[in-house]
Design a binder for this molecule. Structure first.
Ligand SMILES: O=C(O)CCC(=O)C(=O)O
Length: 276
């Protein structure tokens, strides 16, 4: 049963979680999003997928025209701008608190989100190819940026869970991954060659609804086919701390997925030592 944490993290819990995150490049937190909120957001995901935008603001990559039910990976960017319940989930303070504990941040702010639906039995698998997130962000953001991945459905071993490569957060930025590449074996080979790594040790992030995994910007991750019979539904929430900055010469307006940092609908703050 989903039992979200309501108690503040102890200093010992924070130290142990941060050490694990630094060593492995990922961390699997206990369920953080309350079950009633998970149930409410499930309805709103269907609404946004159907093109019903509560705030009147469309997400990036409008889903209108997509097939119902979907037959390939659905990735809708910044749906939290379109819907208040989705906004509540991606900016949940329990996620912010763990994110701050893992990184020692004074402030945690959402800079982009992805609503992800991986259908079961999709032709071609709806795989997410191995990649490092920083290869997509490098032109825009530098420093402490990372991802919280929030399970909305039950993410079982059969549903194509995300898989993390242990310790790959210590590899260089390889620029050899491919989110949209379906051939996981070929991309793995390329990353092994480029990194010079001797070992490739994967962990699948099996998560109950409302549970959250966190991964470092350099951690190699991807996911295989969903054979569970049910869609795998989640949010990837991309976070920045007070130790991040825009790359030189870049304005947030120049980058499609990047929300205005002063606009709390697009860039909510989920943790701050000086709560405003
Ligand atoms: O949902 C997946 O399988 C991969 C998501 C991802 O690449 C991410 O959250 O950074």
């Amino acid at each position: 049963m989903n039992t979200p944490t309501t108690v503040a993290l102890s200093e010992a819990q924070k130290r142990s979680a941060a050490a694990q995150f630094e060593r492995d490049g990922f961390f699997i937190a206990p369920p953080l999003i309350p079950a009633e909120l998970v149930a409410r957001v499930r309805q709103r995901i269907d609404a946004v997928y159907a093109g019903d935008y509560e705030t009147g603001i469309p997400p990036c990559g409008s889903p209108k025209g997509s097939k119902t039910p979907p037959t390939s990976l659905v990735k809708i960017d910044n749906a939290h701008r379109s819907d208040r319940v989705i906004h509540e989930v991606v900016s949940h303070p329990a996620v912010g608190e763990w994110a701050a504990a893992l990184t020692g941040a004074k402030r945690v702010q959402v800079f982009a989100t992805q609503m992800l639906i991986k259908p079961s039995g999709a032709p071609g698998g709806a795989n997410v190819g191995w990649h490092q997130d920083q290869e997509y962000w490098d032109g825009a953001l530098r420093g402490e940026v990372f991802t919280a991945w929030i399970a909305i459905s039950d993410v079982t071993a059969e549903s194509g869970p995300m898989r993390f490569v242990h310790g790959s957060n210590h590899w260089d930025l390889l620029k050899a991954g491919d989110f949209f590449g379906g051939d996981l074996a070929a991309i793995k080979q390329r990353l092994l060659e480029k990194s010079g790594a001797k070992a490739w040790d994967e962990t699948a992030a099996v998560l109950s609804p409302g549970a959250v995994s966190f991964h470092h910007r350099l951690t190699v991750h991807g996911s295989g086919p969903n054979t569970s019979g049910l869609p795998r539904i989640s949010f990837a929430v991309h976070l920045r701390t007070d130790q991040s900055r825009l790359a030189d010469g870049v304005k947030w307006q120049d980058v499609g997925y990047l929300n205005d940092p002063d606009d709390m609908q697009g860039s909510p703050i989920s943790y701050s030592t000086t709560q405003s």
